[in-house]
Write a protein that binds this ligand. Structure first.
Ligand code: NAD
Length: 556
């Protein structure tokens, strides 16, 4: 009988599949559903509202069964979380090809998606949930750390010491916010309606304390701010209620953002609804719930705009809350920018983005060794970016508690990811690491996503909604030798608003893996460089010239 049960990836070097490429896919699928990693493993939900790793338990079982018997020249096809075929390919081809949540343009909305989902025909793959490279909250921590560092550099002289950040959402992704703020020496007040989310972040050491009330939260925050002491405070409540109250009381807030699951109106709690009734109400009356959630989001965003008018640094953190507030009729919803044009685009133009790897051995010591390899490969004195990289790896080593298989993330650029990947493969080959590594990334990367409210908001040439780039990205990763490749729709910002692609490449210590890694980890970030050259970004042109990225329209 297929049904909910605890899932955990095997550790060690004993294979239950026919090779490490297949074994890696199997372990990473299982790891996504590890109760330490997934938000709601019994429902196969990994993170991000309803982002799933498999469509249903029968599909999960079929994928596990198939991966265990899949040959080195075969490829399993996955259609929205269900294995639908095995085809003979060749050893350079990916072992798994995944397409999740894709819908034809005019049908690409939540209503149609939910209708099809209820019929058992599709599932929501979010980004790394359905492509089996979610590594827990750490995955987003580095990106969030980078963003708050950029806020500090832009507005507060390079540090958040002496500032208070106000945000909401302490889920799988949003839970990284408190630690990212304190790593930048600031104070954070983080609101969530779910007491479990607050407790969980405290347990995982991402959040420091829980306040008893709004007044208590503000008192703790002001004391820490005045002492220039980092502190993160969890506050139970509805953001759509608390933000307007805090604005009315002129709370001394310097930075405001949000990471509630606003991309999915059925995952945002409307004002006046008890948290305990949320799931049953959303199931019973999705249309009524959606209208009320959007109205609440409009009040929430209106308060964010109020804080902006009062002088705070305010940005949308990629959850589509501005779009939802606008749908509810709030006209100034887009008064503040998204975080990508505000802080991240220059990094994307260089091909920098969220490089990550997981130790299939299960040994924390493998990650410690790879951390050291990264620090050796990219010496601190060589660039400002290497300085931040060193600070991050050191802090991550001290502060990050692994969830599931030990893993690490750091942002690396074009010409760096391939170096790191090849070094890792050599470390597997020499026996320095106990077992192979799965090397992947978030779909939120420099050249792998089209998302006009987030990664491609306000592109220089207006090409925000052009979705050819993520499709080319997936195809180039297939052609370069990635171990599994995925194309998704609707991740991050919701149905109709994004198309994106992912890749994972396994360092199993073989010469073949080394060849694949060199190509994939060059071409994948290379997509970021060419995408930004095409859109007219100077930084991208310099990187292309310096590092030899060929762009036909600039040759001859
Ligand atoms: P999640 O579903 O795990 O967590 C969302 C949290 O919001 C939950 O804990 C929920 O209790 C809380 N919440 C819901 N309504 C609320 C309300 N009215 N007031 C206060 N709290 C409320 O989702 P997640 O994985 O943490 O992702 C959060 C959002 O961030 C999603 O929209 C996701 O798409 C987006 N996201 C952003 C990035 C980025 O880099 N910026 C990356 C991934 C995801």
């Amino acid at each position: 009988m297929s049904g909910p049960r605890p899932v955990r990836a095997p550790r060690g070097t004993e294979l239950s599949a026919l090779g490490w490429q297949q074994e890696a896919a199997l372990r990473m699928l299982q790891n996504n559903l590890d109760p330490e990693v997934a938000e709601h493993p019994d429902k196969l939900v990994v993170y991000g509202g309803t982002g799933k790793a498999a469509r249903d338990w029968r599909s999960f079982d079929a994928m596990v069964r198939t991966l265990r018997t899949l040959k080195q020249d075969e490829t399993m096809l996955v259609q929205s979380g269900r294995p639908v075929g095995v085809m003979q390919t060749h050893e350079w081809a990916p072992r798994v090809l995944i397409a999740n949540s894709n819908l034809v343009g005019d049908w690409a909305n939540w209503e149609e998606f939910r209708r099809l989902e209820a019929l058992g025909l599709t599932m929501y793959g979010q980004m790394t949930a359905g492509s089996w490279i979610y590594i827990g909250t750490q995955g987003i921590l580095q990106g969030t750390y980078e963003t708050f560092s950029a806020v500090a550099a832009k507005k507060f002289g390079g540090t958040l010491a002496g500032t208070i950040t106000l945000t909401a959402g302490l889920g799988g992704m949003g839970g990284a916010q408190p630690l990212a703020v304190t790593m930048n020496d600031g104070v954070a007040i983080c609101i969530d309606v779910d007491p479990r989310a607050i407790e969980r972040r405290i347990e995982h050491r991402f959040l420091d304390v829980r306040a008893d009330s709004l007044e208590h939260a503000l008192q703790l925050a002001v004391e820490a701010r005045d002492a220039r002491r980092p502190l993160s405070i969890g506050l139970l409540g509805n953001a759509a209620e608390l933000l307007p109250r805090m604005l009315a009381e002129s709370a001394p807030i310097d930075i405001v953002t949000d990471q509630t699951s606003a991309h999915d109106p059925l995952a945002y709690l409307p004002v006046g609804v008890d948290f305990a009734d949320m799931a049953s109400y959303a199931a019973k009356d999705p249309a009524g719930f959606t209208t009320r959630a959007r109205e609440s989001m409009a009040r929430h965003v209106e308060a964010m705009v109020g804080f902006m008018d009062a002088g705070a640094e305010v940005f949308d953190y990629g959850n589509s809350i501005r779009g939802e507030a606008q749908l509810a009729g709030y006209e100034r919803a887009f008064a503040f920018p998204g975080f990508v044009p505000a802080y991240i685009r220059p990094l994307f133009s260089e091909g920098r983005g969220p490089f990550r790897w997981a130790a299939l051995s299960g040994e924390a010591s493998d990650i410690a060794k790879t951390d050291k390899a990264i620090l050796d490969l990219f010496p601190e004195g060589d660039s400002v970016q290497n300085e931040s990289l060193h600070r991050w790896i050191k802090l991550a080593g001290e502060r990050v508690r692994f969830q599931g298989l030990p893993a690490r993330i750091c942002w690396l650029g074009y010409g760096e990811r391939d170096k790191a990947g090849e070094r890792f493969n050599d470390m597997v080959a020499s026996g320095e690491l106990a077992a192979p590594l799965a090397i992947g990334r978030d779909h939120l990367d420099c050249g792998s996503v089209a998302s006009p409210y987030r990664e491609t908001e306000a592109m220089l040439d207006g090409s925000d909604a052009i979705a050819d780039w993520p499709l080319l990205n997936a195809m180039v990763n297939v052609a370069s030798g990635a171990s599994w490749v995925s194309i998704h729709h609707g991740g991050g910002v919701g149905m109709g608003r994004s198309l994106h692609a992912g890749q994972v490449t396994v360092a199993d210590g073989t010469k073949l893996a080394g060849e694949k890694i060199r190509r994939v980890l060059t071409n994948d970030p290379g997509m970021g460089v060419i995408r930004h050259v095409d859109a007219g970004y100077d930084i991208a042109e310099s990187v292309a010239d310096e590092r030899g990225v060929r762009i036909p329209m600039r040759e001859g």
